[in-house]
Design a protein around this ligand. Structure first.
Ligand SMILES: Cc1ncc(COP(=O)(O)O)c(C=O)c1O
Length: 452
């Protein structure tokens, strides 16, 4: 492709992107059946001959843009998705053009530098032990896997067992204590690592999904205790101080899944929910949820930097890197410079901006819960963060209500099961969501009731 054409193509993509962004608050929040049906246009045979890139882009926009779930818009309250801050998207644009392999200083000096700075800033804003290793991985799932791998290797080393040399066969058993309300990704990564579900010790929880310290299974120095900051339905936090005190007294390793909830620690109003969390050994959090970076962005944080670096080491004769190089901290060997958008958000929002965004979302969540409770909807959780867990109280069940709302295209959210009963969840985690959007959401959710 000619240089001029390369630039024209990028300008064209930028123009389409700008047009998409312009329509975010007015386009239906989920594609309709016809638009989804039109995706079959992509079911083509692999082309033999090259296709013109402008034509490819036109197809992508014509059929693709309309079939996005508009999760980066202000009316999407599903899962805990977040949006993309303009500064992060802009930095990511440059990262894409730079196309760095951000494994180490040798492969990208700029990526190594900025990810080191971003890692320090993350520890600073989350007030976690300085000097911890921060690996920028693809997801909380993948980063959790790196942390738990480091935990097991480290506990085994404490038992005089060399996991790298001898593997798991015949090794002392490392137990996992985890709550029944832990996120499914924890069970997945534990399964992948070979911790059988039947052998896990389940910590009972209270009505909000918090581990009850009084009923915590016994811990010892061969135990990994998994805690969470932000239960995915209720937003609840495990009581870290008493739980971590017990774990430390027993010599256990504590891992905290804070995929979205860890950012409460950056606030003044909700910091207390994370009290004691700094005493853990490892933490995971996402950028692509509440920090509003683009996908895929997450962090594996480990107090014993060497433990993570050794567990994830991938030095080769042809590619030796510093122990703190990113290729030695997460699963990926080759990777994009996903820490740079994290740097961009922290640089442009600063401590105050992150605090303001998270606090604003928590305030909006309270308003949303108060605005809908008792109007054909019952709020089931104690709203402590950015999650509202609800059920319907009228004739229309949760499934029908949710389907009707999703089909209406004005709001999008999903269902769940809470204590065996169907429920639906609303999450406020997008920087674009304004107070007016919350008023609108209340009106949309309670519309039928208001008409009655
Ligand atoms: C509490 C919690 N932990 C872990 C995850 C998994 O995060 P990721 O999708 O980045 O792997 C999620 C995702 O929703 C979550 O809410």
């Amino acid at each position: 492709m000619h240089k001029n054409d390369e630039q024209a193509l990028l300008r064209e993509a930028d123009a389409l992107a700008a047009h998409y962004l312009h329509s975010l608050s007015t386009r239906p929040v989920y594609p309709n059946a016809g638009e989804i049906q039109a995706l079959s246009g992509f079911d083509e045979a692999l082309p033999d001959a090259p296709t013109d890139a402008h034509a490819m882009l036109a197809q992508l926009d014509t059929f693709g843009s309309v079939s996005t779930s508009v999760s980066t818009g202000p009316h999407y309250l599903g899962y805990v998705i977040g949006g993309v801050l303009p500064a992060a998207a802009a930095a990511d644009r440059l990262v894409s053009v730079w196309d760095q392999c951000a494994s180490s200083h040798a492969t990208s000096p700029i990526a190594a530098k900025l990810e080191a700075v971003a890692g320090r800033w993350v520890l600073d804003i989350l007030d976690l032990p300085r000097g911890s290793a921060v690996g920028f991985g693809t997801s909380a799932t993948a980063c959790g896997l790196s942390c738990i791998a480091a935990a097991r290797r480290s506990l085994l080393a404490g038992q005089g067992w060399d996991l790298d040399a001898d593997g798991l066969v015949g090794a002392p058993e490392i137990k996992v204590v985890i709550s029944d309300k832990a996120h499914i990704s924890l069970f997945k990564l534990l399964r992948v690592l070979g911790f059988g579900r039947k052998r896990m010790l389940i910590a009972p929880t209270d009505e909000q999904g918090r581990i009850d310290p009084k009923r915590l299974p016994a811990l010892d120095d061969k135990t990994i205790l998994c805690l969470q900051a932000g239960e995915v339905n209720t937003g609840a936090f495990d009581p870290f101080t008493p739980l971590i005190a017990k774990a430390k007294a027993a010599g256990a390793w504590v891992h905290v899944d804070g995929a979205f909830g860890l950012w409460a620690r950056a606030t003044k109003t909700h910091h207390h929910l994370t009290e004691g969390i700094e005493g853990a050994d490892s933490w995971t959090t996402d950028g692509h949820k509440w920090l509003n970076t683009p996908y895929d962005s997450a962090m594996a944080i480990c107090k014993d930097a060497g433990a993570l670096a050794q567990a994830m080491n991938s030095d080769a004769d042809y590619a030796r890197a510093e122990s703190h190089a990113q290729s030695n901290l997460t699963m990926e060997f080759s990777r994009r410079a996903r820490g740079i958008p994290v740097w961009a958000v922290l640089k442009t929002l600063g401590r105050q901006g992150v605090c303001e965004m998270v606090e604003r979302h928590c305030g909006q969540t309270q308003k949303l819960a108060e605005g809908i409770d008792g109007k054909g909807i019952k709020v089931l959780n104690k709203v402590v963060l950015n999650q509202v867990l609800c059920t319907t109280t009228g004739a229309e069940g949760v499934a029908d209500f949710t389907t009707r709302m999703q089909a209406g295209g004005k709001l999008w959210f999903g269902t769940t099961v809470w204590n065996g009963a169907p429920a639906f969840r609303l999450s406020v985690s997008n920087w674009r969501t304004t107070d007016a959007d919350i008023e609108r959401a209340i009106a949309v959710l309670t519309d039928v009731f208001t008409e009655v």
